[in-house]
Design a protein around this ligand. Structure first.
Ligand code: GLU
Ligand code: MG
Length: 450
């Protein structure tokens, strides 16, 4: 879209404010707003942002990162194609932004530009990636003492949970559709107040943008119902965690052929698919620092939680980090996809999707194979069997994940110096800050912020 098309659309819809959004290293959605009268000029010149914001953690504690101090500016530069009027607040629209240096080049710490570069790398290999997040979230009421009480204590997929969630789910789905996001299925999940609403796959940049819109939409629509919605990986210590699984498939350049599909294979998965899974698994211990990005993530990432806890892939195995999803009848080739379960919504979606795709491509470039598919819960295997099969436990804490990220040279090369350094500083500071406080503090902050 051109600037004139966007401003016309804003005018026709009666938009007064436009949010320029980005996601920081802490996974927080932040931004600035422009009055609609200035939209055209702001789309040309962007809105100024101090470089320090990328060194801010989820407690707004500024970390000391060279080149992200009190001196220095970047520009929030909105993508014209990302303009959406917010259906739940129609005087407002949102746009997703790149962070540009003053020389107009993508800033070395910009997450959205990073994802674009990974998409370009896939394209150079003749691969078109399709992907989507599959989010779970918790709906709660705020009690008088400020604590969160889930809206239902119903059973998994139970009709009592449907009755509790249907009205808000319908409004969420309408709001998603109005923003060009296609809802697929909805159901009450295992945890108290836990609900899941899946959306259709799209190109990686749109999928990451959609994840931002999805988090914004669910939170805002729930609020209109007098509820608080949370994507915290572990909203309540004794309840199921909220996953944000990443589904992906690989396509030929023209989008006509699903490159994961091989009807002659036992699991209908192509050699290219195995290689992609192998790349993800090989880098997974460091990768989770980006896909399961908060302190709270590691309360979720445990055995017997269907969140995955080992570097395993398997067909329809819900304890496998990479699940080969069985294709749908009558639509086998097109529906063939894989799912990364070691992923939650506290991640920066641009960094997470970009890193997952890049790790998979690394498997393709090297022609790696992921070993044997695992058809049992890997936690039930003996340690000796796991060793024999090359199965490794995923990190048990954010600190362990960050150590693995830092130790894997692949990520230094992939992310570049400033992006990696600032990410590590922000995330290590969160690990340190929450280590000094109790569980209630951790749960409260993650519940409210994600
Ligand atoms: N709640 C599980 C998670 O934390 C996922 C359950 C499922 O949908 O398989 O990932
Ligand atoms: Mg689920």
């Amino acid at each position: 879209m051109q600037t004139e098309d966007v401003t016309r659309q804003a005018q026709n819809a009666g938009v007064e404010l436009v949010e320029f959004l980005y996601v920081d290293n802490g996974g927080t959605i932040r931004g600035k707003l422009t009055h609609a009268d200035h939209l055209a000029s702001r789309m040309q010149g962007g809105i100024g942002l101090t470089t320090a914001m990328m060194a801010m953690n989820m407690l707004d504690q500024l970390q000391s990162v060279p080149d992200m101090g009190p001196v220095g500016e970047v520009r929030l530069m909105p993508d014209p194609d990302s303009f959406r009027v917010l259906p739940y607040q129609p005087q407002v629209a949102s746009m997703m932004c790149d962070l540009l240096s003053l020389d107009r080049a993508p800033w070395a710490a910009c997450p959205r530009s990073f994802l674009k570069s990974v998409v370009a790398q896939a394209e150079s290999l003749g691969i078109r990636v399709m992907t989507t997040y599959e989010d779970e979230f918790t709906l709660a009421r705020t009690a008088e003492d400020g604590s969160y009480v889930p809206i239902d204590t119903s059973l998994c997929f139970s009709s009592i949970g449907m009755e509790a969630g249907n009205a808000v789910a319908i409004d969420i789905m309408r709001a998603l559709k109005a923003q060009g996001i296609e809802p697929e299925q909805y159901y009450p999940e295992l945890g108290h107040g836990q609900h899941e609403l899946s959306i259709a796959p799209t190109h990686p940049l749109a999928a990451a943008d959609n994840q931002v819109r999805y988090r914004e939409t669910v939170r805002a629509v729930a609020k209109q119902h007098g509820l608080v919605a949370s994507f915290a990986p572990k909203p309540f210590a004794d309840q199921a965690g909220n996953g944000a699984h990443i589904h992906f498939s690989l396509w030929s350049r023209d989008g006509s052929k699903n490159l994961l599909w091989d009807p002659t294979d036992r699991y209908k998965l192509s050699e290219l698919g195995y290689q992609f899974a192998a790349g993800i698994l090989r880098h997974l211990r460091g990768l989770v620092a980006l896909t399961c990005a908060s302190v709270n993530s590691y309360r979720r990432l445990n055995p017997r939680s269907w969140s995955s806890a080992y570097t395993v892939f398997g067909p329809d195995n819900r304890e496998a980090a990479v699940r080969i999803a069985s294709p749908f009848w009558g639509n086998e080739e097109r529906s063939m996809n894989m799912e990364l379960k070691a992923s939650d919504a506290s991640a920066n979606p641009y960094l997470a999707i970009g890193a997952v795709v890049a790790a998979g491509l690394d498997g393709i470039v090297h022609g790696w194979h992921p070993g044997s598919a695992v058809e049992v819960d890997p936690d039930t295997l003996s340690e000796a069997d796991r060793q024999r099969l090359g199965i490794v436990r995923l990190p048990a804490s954010l600190t362990e994940a960050l150590d693995a990220l830092e130790a894997d040279p692949f990520f230094r090369e992939l992310l570049g110096d400033l992006r990696l350094r600032s990410y590590l500083a922000v995330k290590r500071s969160e690990a340190a800050a929450f280590a000094e406080r109790d569980t209630a503090f951790e749960l409260q902050h993650h519940f409210y912020k994600f």
